[in-house]
Design a protein around this ligand. Structure first.
Ligand code: SIN
Length: 326
């Protein structure tokens, strides 16, 4: 059933039928979701990260048919969204992080600084080829896509800003001890997809998985423990935070379709340094946080997400008390 539904949403010949796709903005469908109460005592921690709206405005839902699947509808300010998009495009795909770019097709200058070299492409075709070639970057423990294992020797530092963001969300959800140890940033040009899989490579399979969506929206399928079970289709929009926890942590999931429906906001935010509350100005790269408010700085990032989606997927790898993998 999972593969059949995946194929239906993926089919390029038609625009997808969104009637069965759960949209968290559509109150008529609220019989399939329940409101999930967040730990509000963490408001002070939330205020410590610039670019997040006050938690009193956050809407968090749990799927009735998939207990443990939680979605927080975009808790980011416009400047916050821009910051994370820029980090994913400009900074995260650089060494020592690993990227998918093939060494037979791209030389070292592109593989070590894709975003910079992309904007040096002279020809439209070369630009487009280089743009869509970037599909993933890994950091922290690097996921080995062939062996499906992590290795103590395949590790790069986990960025402090993303670690802080994940620890904030995990404590807000009641997972005080969550340690962000491995991340995959997935880049999805419109027309691409990710087939059904279960994330079972982590020795720690009790810790939740945090997934942040930016740019264009996606149809996300969440199924059960077997491919026989009928999946539920959700619409994930820019800024949404999806948490796979509890009994849904090891369920099949997939992204059959990227939709081109998200309009980017291109106003100049540079006059209002942050459109959220105060914040610990050392937590993020504050030069970048400031610059994304400037229209000409933001334009190339805005152009990228006109036809692309970005997903940051964060996992804890080690079990509590475990120091080494092998
Ligand atoms: C993943 O499962 O690795 C990515 C999911 C997503 O892009 O939302």
């Amino acid at each position: 059933m999972f593969k059949l539904i995946f194929k239906q949403y993926k089919a390029k010949s038609s625009s997808p039928d969104l009637n069965d796709v759960l949209n968290f903005d559509d109150p008529l469908r609220n019989d399939r979701i329940t409101a999930h109460r967040l730990n509000t005592c963490h408001e002070e921690n939330i205020r410590s990260i610039p670019g997040l709206k006050s938690s009193s405005t956050w809407q968090c839902y749990e799927l009735r048919d998939h207990p443990g699947i939680l979605v927080i509808r975009n808790p980011f300010t416009e400047r916050g969204l821009r910051y994370w998009i820029a980090r994913c495009l400009r900074d995260y795909p650089r060494p020592p992080n690993i990227v998918n770019l093939n060494e037979r097709l791209f030389d070292e200058t592109v593989r070590s600084d894709w975003w910079k070299q992309l904007h040096r492409c002279q020809h439209k075709d070369d630009f487009q080829r280089t743009k869509v070639a970037m599909r993933w970057t890994t950091f922290g423990y690097h996921h080995d896509w062939d062996t499906k294992h992590y290795d103590d020797h395949m590790h790069s530092p986990f960025p402090e800003d993303l670690s802080l963001l994940c620890r904030l969300f995990s404590s807000t959800m009641g997972y005080e001890d969550f340690k962000p140890e491995a991340a995959i940033v997935n880049y999805y040009p419109v027309g691409s997809s990710l087939s059904g899989h279960v994330d079972y490579s982590e020795p720690n399979q009790s810790a939740p998985l945090f997934s942040f969506s930016f740019g264009q929206s996606a149809i996300f399928l969440i199924g059960g423990r077997s491919l026989e079970e009928t999946p539920t289709a959700l619409l994930l929009q820019s800024g949404d935070v999806l948490i796979m926890s509890g009994e849904s942590r090891l369920c099949y999931h997939a992204v059959p379709r990227i939709l081109k429906d998200h309009k980017t906001v291109n106003c100049d935010l540079s006059k209002e340094f942050d459109d959220s509350c105060g914040g610990d100005l050392n937590a993020l790269d504050m030069d970048l946080f400031e610059h994304v408010g400037n229209l000409s700085f933001w334009q190339p990032f805005s152009d990228y997400i006109v036809d692309s989606r970005i997903n940051i997927n964060v996992r804890q790898v080690l079990k509590p008390g475990q120091l080494l993998l092998n």
